[in-house]
Write a protein that binds this ligand. Structure first.
Ligand SMILES: Cc1cc2nc3c(=O)[nH]c(=O)nc-3n(C[C@H](O)[C@H](O)[C@H](O)COP(=O)(O)OP(=O)(O)OC[C@H]3O[C@@H](n4cnc5c(N)ncnc54)[C@H](O)[C@@H]3O)c2cc1C
Length: 585
């Protein structure tokens, strides 16, 4: 088995991973050797699909915006579960990042006077979302990927599926990964590591996220003994296209789109009279599901899904050409609807993982005793810093990716520059662990004797279970049913069988590895949701409909225990400035 040695291993090549690789290269003047390991080709990472934009205070004098206001909006949007010191870091650094991308060549949409244009977004009290039409993620990713081509010290391992992280003596040592082309396992060792593997929205089936957002990094960290934070907070985006779930960006409502029920009412006036369609996503999604459940929606005959209308007809041709070209292209191609002439059928879809790997304000991974792993960081959607708390505001995710990409890239680089090469020795016990991992992946999964379970049935069963029982409205009894059913699925997964046993591009093996991750992720969501007997942000309990600050103003941590039930613990929310108050929009 090949053993490769680098200064820094970055796991994941989305916006967070690439920004970290760039910062590590800049910090070290291109001296540190950086491996970027990604199960996809870098430019197929989910981040390329980001549409509406990135938040940041760019022109405070002209617009009246301020760091204080951005931070307050974010904390209120989070239903007061965000760590406020982290939010302050986000708002201070996000504008620098937007300007850096400007210098690197991102084609931001502009105002007539040449300033970077900013649009309104849900829960933001001022237009502060910078954008490149409705293809912001694609342009930011192209900017980063092309900038990285200048650095010889960065090596990409595209289509390499990481299966575990190696830890020894409380330190990160490297990763094991399967090269999907050859089917061989590699060990990629590093003096420092950054996990940037994105979110886990695919544990649900009606979702806006890429097929690859299966939460592998969360599962890998969980199994390495690292606590996973706040997973019960899953974001449902109000406007998933029916029947596919493909995202219709919030930019459509930011540019003035209306949500309308089957009676022709702009029903948001009943739920958020001041902000209407631009209330935060948890509130809009719940309002939409209420309309559908109370019979004021439409029904898609083919899928049976209830939906509402997103009406953009009044925006006119110019807005579509200049600001929302992709939305028009998507609806015309996928459902033969021209949004200039007809409303678009939409319903809430799973969109974002607010929870993730437990890290401190600077992205350093924390263990269950609260101590950091000195040479391991996590950034982007996989990490719970936590700036989004119980509900993320749209356009804050891209800022998070680049701000914490930068911070973790710099921190990993300064660690690696001081560390000795002896860190890269593969000890006997690590070599044994690598052998065990190789046997788990290739002998136990590919050649499992007597296995008869179809992995795709298990994956579909899991997604159905999460859609039906762990959705927007939850209840203690359905969550308990979900927990029992999940345990049965995990049991069945032990008897999974692969029909294709070849090594080269064994996509079935990849799918099985992803399903294993999804089962772990679902476990962390369900146990957190059962325990949290209150409603906060995206976690709404019909049996506990009120927020309960006296008992629940705290972050959930879930730990993995081999052969045992997961263990729960809690850690306080860091409140710097804003005490919890009622959220009104
Ligand atoms: C359709 C859509 C549009 C969005 N638009 C916006 C927006 O306009 N503004 C905003 O702020 N947010 C938006 N979001 C959210 C935002 O896009 C994401 O949170 C963000 O892009 C995540 O970036 P990331 O770098 O953390 O991870 P990703 O871009 O998801 O990248 C994850 C990386 O990890 C790699 N990886 C995963 N597992 C493994 C493994 N086992 N082994 C090796 N590599 C692995 C993948 O190959 C990939 O390179 C949107 C989300 C969706 C679904």
């Amino acid at each position: 088995m090949e053993v490769l040695r680098y200064d820094i291993v970055v796991l994941g090549s989305g916006l967070a991973g690439l920004r970290a690789a760039l910062e590590a290269s800049l910090t070290s003047g291109g001296r540190l050797r950086v491996a970027v390991v990604s199960k996809l080709h870098a430019m197929r990472s989910h981040s390329v699909a980001a549409e509406g934009g990135i938040s940041g205070v760019l022109y405070p004098k002209e617009t009246g915006d301020s760091f204080e206001l951005h931070a307050y909006d974010t904390v209120k949007g989070s239903d007061f579960l965000a760590d406020q010191d982290a939010v302050e870091l986000l708002v201070r650094l996000a504008p620098e990042e937007i300007r850096l991308f400007d210098h690197l060549g991102t084609p931001w949409s502009r105002l007539p006077d040449g300033r970077i244009a900013q649009r309104p977004f849900g829960g933001m009290s001022i237009p502060r979302t910078a954008y490149a039409a409705d293809k912001t993620g694609f342009f930011m990713m192209s900017t980063l990927y092309s900038s990285l081509q200048r650095f010889d010290n960065v090596e990409f391992f595209h289509e390499n599926f990481a299966t575990s992280i190696l830890m020894e003596g409380g330190l990160f040592k490297g990763v094991t990964s399967v090269d999907l082309e050859s089917g061989e396992m590699r060990v990629i060792m590093g003096k420092a590591g950054i996990i940037a593997t994105g979110g886990a929205g695919r544990v649900y089936s009606f979702a806006t996220v890429s097929q690859a957002s299966t939460g592998d990094g969360i599962s890998i960290a969980y199994r390495a003994g690292i606590p996973i934070k706040d997973m019960e907070f899953v974001q449902f985006h109000p406007t998933g296209l029916v029947p596919s779930g493909i995202l219709i960006s919030e930019a459509a409502r930011g540019e003035g789109g209306y949500l309308v029920n089957s009676r022709g009412e702009r029903f948001m006036s009943r739920y958020a009279p001041q902000r209407m369609e631009l209330a935060p996503r948890d509130i809009v999604s719940r309002a939409m599901m209420t309309e559908i459940m109370e019979g004021r929606g439409f029904t898609d005959e083919e899928s049976g899904l209830g939906y509402l209308h997103l009406d953009l007809r009044h925006l006119g041709d110019r807005v579509f050409r200049e600001k929302l070209p992709m939305i028009r292209e998507i609806t015309r191609k996928l459902i033969d609807v021209d949004p200039l002439e007809e409303p678009i059928p939409v319903r809430p879809a799973t969109h974002y993982t607010m929870g993730g790997i437990h890290v401190d304000t600077y992205g350093q991974v924390l263990l269950n005793d609260g101590n950091p792993v000195p040479n391991l960081w996590a950034a982007g959607e996989v990490a719970a810093v936590s700036i989004h708390g119980a509900n993320r505001l749209g356009s804050n995710a891209l800022s998070e990716c680049v701000v914490w990409g930068r911070l973790t890239g710099a921190a990993a680089a300064s660690y690696a520059m001081k560390a000795s090469d002896t860190m890269l020795e593969l000890s006997e016990s690590l070599a044994r662990r690598v052998k065990e991992e190789e046997s788990r992946v290739f002998d136990k999964l590919i050649h499992r004797e007597g296995g008869s379970e179809n992995p795709y049935e298990i994956r579909r069963g899991l997604q159905r279970l999460m859609d039906d029982k762990v959705g927007i409205f939850r209840h203690g009894s359905t969550l308990s049913e979900a927990w029992s059913q999940l345990k049965r699925l995990k049991e069945r997964f032990r008897g999974v069988r692969l029909e294709y046993t070849g090594r080269t591009y064994n996509n079935n093996l990849r799918d099985v590895l992803e399903t294993a991750s999804m089962l772990d992720v679902a476990e962390t969501i369900i146990v957190g949701a059962i325990a949290r007997t209150e409603s906060r942000g995206a976690h709404y309990r019909l049996d506990y409909p009120k927020r309960d600050d006296a008992n629940w103003l705290k972050h959930t941590l879930v730990y993995y225990r081999v052969g045992e039930e997961p263990v729960l613990a809690y850690t306080p929310v860091r409140i710097v400035k804003w005490s919890p108050e009622e959220r009104r929009y």
